[in-house]
Design a protein around this ligand. Structure first.
Ligand code: SAM
Ligand code: SF4
Length: 326
């Protein structure tokens, strides 16, 4: 359906848990994180119910995210059930890849063929410094397994942080020469009160693009409706692609088709807005589907027009990224 700004809203990003097996410095630092009590997290049954209703309101694509979706117990059985729901055209997954090696084939067997793996460094010691865990090898093996079982495309999300991993931008871009990966550079966003975001750490998509051009010509690649906000390019002769997500610097709000469901059952029209609709309480109170459908419809209609953040001095969104899902 259309929101009040004439945008088609057909994409739901679903955070299935706020728990994670990594502690990325920009998302979920080691100390000071408040986890949701388990009783507040939507059960799989509740999630499936909300998904069925949101399909009635025009949702066609779902991305599963977290926290780390693969750490939640019973995730594969949930995925099997989700993939059987009629009316969804695509289900995708964003994972940190730590548990991917053993689960890739099961995920693929559920009919999921597109996957995003987050990886901010190709150097094991630095991976440890960014994520707090010594799991680089596991993620790398997870990526190789995903390739082996036939995921296509495999997107690698790299959050670029000045002074932390920006000296690896060319290494990541070069990876696409020999691997069929779609490496997507994401601007660091000021989400959560424990976020490390500062102007000094921010590096714009444009600057990353300029740096990669020192490697060779970046040929633009046509956009299709499933691409989302990434601007896509390929280096000459490359097997893979590079993409840029200017979450802050590039206003793609005009074309935003997203709705979000947090792990504790709140619908959000915008990642950066603190405006939320609690759908879990009425669901648990036994309110009927027509009431819940109205809540979904109101959230869509009142989706904020834009995130209203200036790239060089944004305020921080209060909720933590791991509970929204990125
Ligand atoms: N745990 C999974 C993962 O890391 O892929 C899924 C959840 S994570 C919140 C989803 C995406 O958000 C990841 O690609 C992560 O790098 C990105 N992300 C988290 N915090 C961010 C921030 N402050 N700025 C930009 N991207 C961020
Ligand atoms: Fe975990 Fe993903 Fe957040 Fe890193 S970005 S701490 S992997 S939820």
């Amino acid at each position: 359906m259309l929101d009040n700004n004439h945008r088609v809203i057909n994409y739901l990003r679903l955070s299935v848990t706020d728990r994670c097996n990594l502690r990325c410095i920009y998302c979920m630092p080691e100390k000071g994180i408040r986890f949701m009590p388990h009783s507040e997290i939507l059960t799989y049954e509740e999630i499936l119910h909300i998904v069925r209703l949101s399909i009635q309101k025009g949702i066609r694509k779902i991305r599963l995210t977290g926290g780390e979706p693969l750490v939640r117990k019973g995730f594969i059985s949930f995925l099997e059930r989700l993939s059987k729901i009629e009316g969804l055209e695509e289900i995708t997954l964003t994972t940190n890849g730590v548990l991917l090696k053993s689960l890739a084939v099961d995920i693929k067997n559920c009919g999921i063929s597109r996957i995003n793996v987050s990886l901010d460094s190709l150097r094991p010691e630095r991976f440890f410094r960014i994520t707090g865990r010594d799991f680089f090898e596991r993620v790398w093996e997870g990526l190789e397994e995903a390739e082996h079982v036939g995921f296509n495309p495999i997107k690698i999300n790299v959050v670029a942080i000045k002074g932390v991993n920006d000296d690896e931008i060319l290494d990541f871009a070069s990876l696409t020469l020999n691997k069929p990966y779609h490496v997507r550079f994401i601007e660091i966003m000021p989400i959560g009160d424990k976020n490390i975001w500062t102007t000094e750490k921010f590096i714009s998509a444009k600057e990353i693009h300029n740096r990669i051009q020192t490697l060779g010509i970046l040929q633009p690649i046509g956009h299709n409706t499933l691409d989302g906000p990434a601007e896509r390019y390929a280096l000459e002769g490359a097997k893979g692609e590079v993409g840029f997500i200017g979450a802050l610097s590039n206003h793609f709000c005009d074309n935003c088709n997203r709705l979000r469901l947090t792990a504790d059952g709140h619908l959000k029209g915008c990642l950066f807005s603190d405006q939320e609709t609690d759908i879990k309480t009425p669901l648990r109170d036994g309110k009927g589907d027509s009431h819940l459908l109205n809540l979904i419809m109101d959230t869509i209609l009142n989706k904020p027009k834009d995130h209203g953040l200036l790239p060089y001095n944004p305020r921080k969104c209060v909720r933590q990224m791991n509970s929204i899902g990125g």
